[in-house]
Each structure stands twice: as C-alpha cells, then as structure tokens.
Design a protein around this ligand. Structure first.
Ligand code: SAM
Length: 261
C-alpha cells in the first residue's frame, strides 16, 4: 500500500509540476535555469562518480550503527559497503544538483546532516571549494570510509563530525558561524526533521537555503515538509519530489512551487 501511495504522489507531482516556462519570479527563474536545468558536465562529477563506482564493487562488509529512520531495503546491521553506496547515497542527478547549488549560492559555510559515504558532501565541497563544509554522521564505521573518500578526492575543506545529530546540532549551532546552505539528509522522520529545521532556522541569516531529502518518502516526511514550507520563517519553497528546497529571504514573496526536475 505504501508503494502505491508513493507512486500516486509521484504521478500527482508529474501532473502539477511546472517547468521554467511557468515561472514569473526572477529569483526562481534563475535558480531553475542556471542550477536545476544546467546540463554542463563539470569535471568534478567524474572524480566523485568514479570513486562511487569503485565502492559499488567493494566486497567489504561493515557493522552499521543506525541512528535514523533506517533503510527501507537493508535490514541487517552488518551491511556490504557496496549496498550502502547503492541505497544510501543520493543518485548522481541529485548529487550534481547539490554541486550546482553550492556553486550558485556561494555559501561561506555549508552544513550537512547525514554524510554516509560522503558523496553529497563531496559534490557540495567541489561546487564551492572556498567554503567550509561541516558534515555529521552517526555511524563510526561509515564515517571512517567517508573520511577515506575525502582524502582520496583531496578535499580539505570538509570537517567530518561523528555522533548523533540530536546531540551535536544544538551545540554546534550555538558555537559556529552560521551556514547559508544546509542539507538535511538523515533521520527521515517527522519530529526530528521539524526539530532540526527549527534549530537551524532559529539562527538562520537572510539568504539561507535549506535542502531536505525525501520529502515524500513517508506520511511522516510529508507532514514534516508541510510544516517546513508553511513556516513563517520560510519565504520560498521548491518541491522537486525527491528533494525540497526552502529559502529564507524576506525580499522574496511567500510562494510554494512544484518544479519538474
Ligand atoms: C541517506 S544517508 C546520507 C546520504 C548522503 N547525504 C549522500 O547522499 O551521499 C543518511 C545518513 O544519516 C545517518 N544518520 C541518520 N540519523 C542520524 C542521527 N540521528 N545522527 C547521526 N547520523 C544519522 C545515517 O547513519 C546515514 O548514513
């Protein structure tokens, strides 16, 4: 039944989403044209995707500590690295989008909740090499492979923190210069997603973009997305079905879009 619901939500998105031709806001038009629909093959894509290919062939099996909503497809705590690479990392279409978002928004500091093997962190770090990127991962064995991947890609602008978002995020937010690009990609449940959003938003500055993964993954995530997009702090929300983007910028009028991606 869940799968049927998900498919129906996707069909509904396909029927109602706009392309760049239905957009009047110049800010959103530029975002769609220059970021969402940019088909340039940036050289960094190849380095990241070649590394991912090698992990898809890995025979290593690791013990996983799951602090989040877990995987719909992997049940055991001993998991092949190849399966984690296949199911936990975003498909390259979305990784590439994170690269282009970082490139376009030019944040000085990026925050990511949910490193996994480090692919989305790598896309963002390559997208804006001058920025600092902090990424948080709860499973020590997965973090160790991510750290190895960052070394292999020679990415020196990434700080990888190992621990639970619930403990690290509130402390981190109080002590750090606030990031203007935030990717929330872990613990896909309603209450924690809303809590992480509220914690981030309490310190967010004008121009901040928050990206949420899997906003239609479950009924809980749909409710979290509704809460986020209708929050008074959010000016513009963009639903790409597998991801949702919100912008905090009171120069923009309050609008919500579904964009074909
Ligand atoms: C979907 S994966 C992240 C994928 C990654 N962003 C990418 O696209 O390459 C989510 C990760 O979040 C971690 N996670 C989930 N809940 C967590 C929590 N409460 N604290 C810390 N890490 C958590 C999981 O261990 C998992 O590795």
């Amino acid at each position: 039944m869940q799968k049927v619901d998900y498919a129906l939500r996707y069909i509904n998105y396909l029927l109602h989403s706009k392309t760049k031709f239905g957009i009047h806001s110049p800010f959103l038009f530029n975002l769609v044209n220059e970021v969402l629909y940019d088909k340039t093959e940036y050289p960094a894509y190849k380095s990241i995707e070649n590394l991912k290919k090698s992990l898809l062939r890995s025979t290593e099996i690791i013990e996983v500590t799951d602090l989040g909503a877990g995987s719909k497809t992997i049940k055991s705590n001993r998991r092949p690295v190849s399966k984690i690479a296949k199911t936990s990392s975003k498909p390259k279409k979305y990784g590439r989008l994170m690269f282009r978002l970082a490139r376009h928004l030019k944040p000085l500091h990026i925050l990511e909740l949910g490193t996994s093997l480090g692919f989305s962190s790598a896309y963002m770090a390559f997208g804006q090499p001058q920025s600092k990127l902090t990424t948080i991962e709860g499973c020590p064995n997965i973090s160790a492979i991510a750290a190895q991947n960052f070394r292999q890609l020679n990415l020196q602008n990434i700080t990888l923190l190992n621990g639970n978002f619930d403990e690290i995020l509130p402390r981190w937010i109080g002590q750090n210069e606030f990031p203007t690009l935030i990717f929330i990609d872990g613990n896909h449940r309603k209450e924690p997603t809303i809590r992480y959003f509220e914690q981030c938003v309490s310190k967010a500055v004008k121009g901040t973009c928050l990206v949420f993964d899997d906003i239609h993954w479950s009924a809980e995530m749909e409710q979290a997305w509704e809460h986020i997009k209708y929050s008074n702090s959010v000016n513009l929300s963009v639903d790409l079905f597998f991801m949702g983007l919100v912008f905090i910028n009171d120069d923009l009028s309050k609008e919500d879009f579904q964009i074909r991606f």
